[in-house]
Design a protein around this ligand. Sequence first.
Ligand SMILES: Nc1ncnc2c1ncn2[C@@H]1O[C@H](COP(=O)(O)OP(=O)(O)OP(=O)(O)O)[C@@H](O)[C@H]1O
Ligand SMILES: [Mg+2]
Length: 267
Amino acid sequence: MTIETTNKKFSSQANVIGPKITVRGLTKRFGNELLYSQFDLDILGGAITCIFGPNGCGKSTLLNVIAGLAPYDSGRILFGEKTLKETKVGYVFQNYRDALFPWMRAVDNIKYPLKVAGLSKIQQKLRVEELIALFSTKIDLHRYPYELSGGQQQLISIMRALATGPEVLFLDEPFSALDYEATLTIRDKLQEVFQLSCLTTVMVSHDLEEAVYMADKILLLTKRPTRVAEIIDFYAERPRTAATLSEKEFIYTKARCLDIFKREVYK
Ligand SMILES: Nc1ncnc2c1ncn2[C@@H]1O[C@H](COP(=O)(O)OP(=O)(O)OP(=O)(O)O)[C@@H](O)[C@H]1O
Ligand SMILES: [Mg+2]
């Protein structure tokens, strides 16, 4: 199966641009520590937003709250006009070692959300075949996670997150524990997926170059109490390649983000 045919199946499945995400009046505390207070945010639908900000400013917490993995004290979060419960989301964790079920073979890890969603064994098998084609992966999916490299495990995590055809994909520093080669490969695979489907993607990155390279919008957060410092657009065509890194627009955008980051960290 070629990527093009998978594309049709993907788009017939989703067939819509991922929803915008609206956060209004978000308040989030950890004990006495107020992390977000009356926090508002608009995340563009069908685009990649990369979150960048100082250590400990609350990037993971924001992702977790929006994705429903962490509770919040007050506020409203909508996906288009829908609630989280009415929206299909996928999540890729930073620590792939803890994210996969170690007692399940890679293929069963990918199938797991499909099983939970009630798909038949045949449907599960077909969907896994689509994902294999989409990522053109040659990984032996009958291996257990411990028998795979870090990059391969993270790729399995990403395939699992995409298995049910989510409208929104969350990734928290998905490359931070990977070597450079695995990072480049998976980044480019992800770009292909973004080009084929119009998921709303929200990714945390601690690497500014990577954040700009991947993003349509770079969301820059301040140190605590956390606010949106600025949201910067990056319009370069996809697929972005090594050549993108030396283009004027890329260098300019990265420098602008760095200026804002420094201003917010050192003030
Ligand atoms: N479960 C928790 N209980 C108490 N405090 C927490 C919890 N999770 C996060 N925090 C605190 O909230 C703040 C933000 O944490 P968070 O992990 O969201 O930041 P981050 O921007 O993702 O950091 P990093 O850059 O290190 O990944 C930190 O001060 C952290 O100590
Ligand atoms: Mg974090």
